[in-house]
Design a protein around this ligand. Structure first.
Ligand code: HEM
Length: 208
């Protein structure tokens, strides 16, 4: 299966890139995983405190749905990619997990996107950053995060749209196969974007 080969190559490249960047920035891989885990879990645990202490509900909600989306995306990716990696199609318990987590993933990712969209608009600051890049490459900016954000949205539209369409007998058998392939490859793009984003975020300490 061509998809299995491409998937294996992508996973090797992502791991290689992760190790290369963590070595270059002298960040220990175990430390990166610990930081990621505590970042994701802290915003979820904070939900108890929120009712009494935290006044900034909007920031909290943004972080909360971002963390949930990453956790659900990881479950969707593991259940979706594990069997194709070994030349098989998704089946049994993994198919069950994939379809069980899907609605939770969709709700959390849509809410997270809505809460982040305003902050991720391109504006004059990005133009200034791009111009400054050529001369002084030091200015702190979330420009690259914006690029990841909008590419992620394009990939998610293809990923969710293809599977929703495939569930209706609108395009015939060959059309459904075509949509399944679109689902697979857009899922691969989602994996690449998310892993690269998290790798950059946690290996380059200045971006944390
Ligand atoms: C609303 C969200 C989603 C739904 C309802 C959904 C549903 C499905 C279904 C029903 C299949 C099996 C198709 C078949 O074999 O006939 C499938 C396959 C697949 N899904 Fe999803 N999915 C969703 C999101 C995702 C996400 C977010 C990813 C990964 C990032 C993903 C990765 C995959 C992959 C790689 C396959 C192909 C597995 C194979 O080749 O056997 N899916 N999905």
């Amino acid at each position: 299966m061509v998809f299995s080969i491409i998937l294996a190559v992508v996973i090797v490249v992502l791991i290689f890139n992760f190790l290369r960047l963590s070595k270059k920035n002298t960040t220990n891989p175990a430390e990166i995983f610990n930081n990621l885990k505590s970042d994701l879990l802290s915003s979820i645990r904070k939900s108890k405190e929120l009712r009494t202490k935290d006044k900034n509900l909007f920031n909290f909600a943004r972080q909360f749905f971002y963390s949930l989306s990453i956790i659900f995306l990881a479950l969707m990716a593991v259940s979706g990619f594990l069997l194709p990696l070994f030349w098989q199609t998704m089946d049994g318990i993994l198919l069950f997990i994939h379809l069980f987590v899907a609605p939770f993933f969709v709700v959390s990712v849509v809410v997270a996107i809505a809460l982040f969209a305003y902050r991720m608009q391109f504006n004059a600051a990005d133009y200034a950053y791009l111009s400054a890049q050529r001369t002084a490459r030091k200015q702190k900016s979330i420009f690259w995060k914006k690029i990841y954000f909008w590419l992620f949205i394009i990939a998610i539209i293809f990923n969710l749209g293809s599977m929703l369409l495939a569930m209706y007998p609108l395009l015939g058998t060959s059309g459904q196969n075509w949509l399944l392939n679109m689902h697979r490859y857009s899922a691969l793009v989602l994996l690449i974007l998310t892993v690269n984003y998290l790798t950059l975020k946690y290996t380059l300490k200045s971006n944390r």
